[in-house]
Design a protein around this ligand. Structure first.
Ligand code: SAM
Ligand code: SF4
Length: 328
C-alpha cells in the first residue's frame, strides 16, 4: 500500500465523508440559526460518485473512511454506500458518527453491510436539556441505541459528549458512570468556535484538564495502552467496563498528528476542519473527468493542508462553513 504525505510529512490515511448536510436535530453549537452561517449551495454527490472518489483515493493510502454529516442515517442509500466502500481494495474500516436517533431500526442492515465501528453523539441525559439544545426530546431513543449497541457488541462504540460550561458540566460524572457500566468509550470533546456555533461566547468550552479532574474525583483512570495515536487521550476506568477519552482541539493541539482529509456532501475536498480553502471536485463529474483529474485535485487539496489551526481558548470562528456541513 502506498503512503501519501503532506507538505509537513504527515501521512494521510483517513477520509471523513459527509454524506448530507441535513439533520433531524438542530444542535445549537453545530447548526446555524436563522441569522447564522449559510449552507453551501448545490446538489449532493450521489452514492455512486462518493464510491468512485473513495476508490480513486484508496490507492494513495486511504485506509479508513468515516461517514458523517449532517445526520448520515438520513441519507438515502447509506447502507449500500457502507457495503460499496467496504468492497474497495485497501479500505480497512468504514466507521460512522451519528446522533443515534435512527440507529436502532437501521443497525441490522448496517451490520450486514459491514460497518466497522460507530460513534453516537449524546451531550445530555436530561430530556429538557436535550430539547433546549437540539429542539427535540431524543434522550431516551439515543440512550437505548447506546445500550442496545453496547449489549450486542457488533461494533466498538464511542459516545461523543461535547462539554459545555453551564449546560452539562454537572453531568460529567453521569457520563463517567456510563463508561464504568458499559463496554464503551465516552469521549469528552471541547466545544469548538465554528461559525455556526450559536452557543459560543468564549466561556462555554471546558478544557479537558478540568473535565479530567472532575472525573478523577470519583473514578481512577489509568492510561489505555492503545491511545497513543489519534486526537484523543484515552484512559481505562479502574474496575469498570469501558474507557474515557478526552479530545482537546483547543487546549491540546493535535494537528502534528493529523492524518485526515474531508469530503463534503456536495463534493469539495477540505484539508482542515478549520480551513475554508476547499478544492472543488464537481467540475470533474460535470465533464466526465478521468480518475487522474480527481487525483490531481486530491494533491492540490493536500498542498494547501495547513500545518495547524490557530485556535486558542476564546478565539473566534475561523471558518464560514457550518459544522453540520463539515461533519466534525
Ligand atoms: N449528526 C451526527 C452526530 O451528531 O453525531 C454526525 C455529524 S456531527 C457534526 C459530528 C460531531 O461533531 C458530533 O459528535 C457533534 O457533537 C460534533 N460537533 C458539532 N459541532 C461541534 C462544535 N462546535 N464543537 C465540538 N464538537 C462539535
Ligand atoms: Fe445534527 Fe449532529 Fe449537528 Fe446535532 S451535532 S445538529 S445531530 S449534525
Amino acid at each position: 500500500m502506498r503512503e501519501t504525505k503532506d507538505s509537513f510529512g504527515r501521512s494521510i490515511s483517513y477520509l471523513r465523508v459527509s454524506v448530507t448536510h441535513r439533520c433531524n436535530l438542530k444542535c445549537a453549537y453545530c447548526m446555524p440559526g436563522a441569522s447564522g452561517a449559510t449552507y453551501p449551495q448545490g446538489d449532493m454527490l450521489t452514492i455512486r460518485q462518493i464510491t468512485r472518489l473513495v476508490s480513486i483515493f484508496a490507492p494513495l493510502g486511504i485506509r479508513k473512511v468515516r461517514l458523517t454529516g449532517g445526520e448520515p442515517l438520513m441519507r438515502k442509500g447509506i447502507t449500500a454506500l457502507v457495503r460499496d466502500l467496504r468492497a474497495i481494495r485497501g479500505i480497512e474500516e468504514v466507521a460512522m458518527t451519528t446522533n443515534g436517533v435512527m440507529l436502532e431500526q437501521m443497525a441490522p442492515a448496517l451490520e450486514e453491510a459491514g460497518l466497522s465501528r460507530i460513534n453516537i453523539s449524546l451531550d445530555t441525559m436530561r430530556p429538557e436539556r436535550m430539547r433546549a439544545l437540539s429542539g427535540h426530546d431524543v434522550v431516551e431513543t439515543a440512550l437505548r441505541a447506546i445500550r442496545t449497541t453496547a449489549a450486542k457488541g457488533a461494533w466498538p462504540l464511542k459516545v461523543n459528549v461535547v462539554a459545555i460550561r453551564g449546560f452539562n458540566d454537572d453531568e460529567i460524572q453521569d457520563f463517567a458512570r456510563l463508561a464504568h457500566e458499559l463496554p464503551i468509550e465516552v469521549r469528552f470533546i471541547e466545544m469548538m468556535p465554528t461559525a455556526s456555533n450559536r452557543l459560543w461566547d468564549g466561556r462555554g468550552c471546558i478544557p479537558s484538564a478540568e473535565i479530567e479532574e472532575t472525573v478523577r474525583r470519583d473514578y481512577e483512570l489509568t492510561p489505555f495502552p492503545g491511545s497513543s495515536s489519534g486526537p484523543a487521550v484515552v484512559y481505562e476506568v479502574r474496575g469498570g467496563a469501558g474507557r474515557i477519552g478526552f479530545v482537546s482541539p483547543l487546549s491540546r493541539h493535535f494537528c502534528g498528528d493529523c492524518n485526515r482529509m474531508r469530503l463534503t456532501a456536495e463534493g469539495t475536498l477540505r484539508s482542515c476542519l478549520f480551513s475554508d480553502r476547499e478544492i472543488d471536485l464537481r467540475p470533474g463529474f460535470a465533464k466526465d473527468g478521468p480518475d487522474g483529474w480527481f487525483l490531481e485535485k486530491f494533491y492540490q487539496a493536500l498542498a494547501v493542508k495547513p500545518e495547524g489551526h490557530a485556535l486558542t481558548q476564546g478565539s473566534a470562528a475561523t471558518c464560514v462553513r457550518p459544522m453540520v456541513a463539515i461533519g466534525g
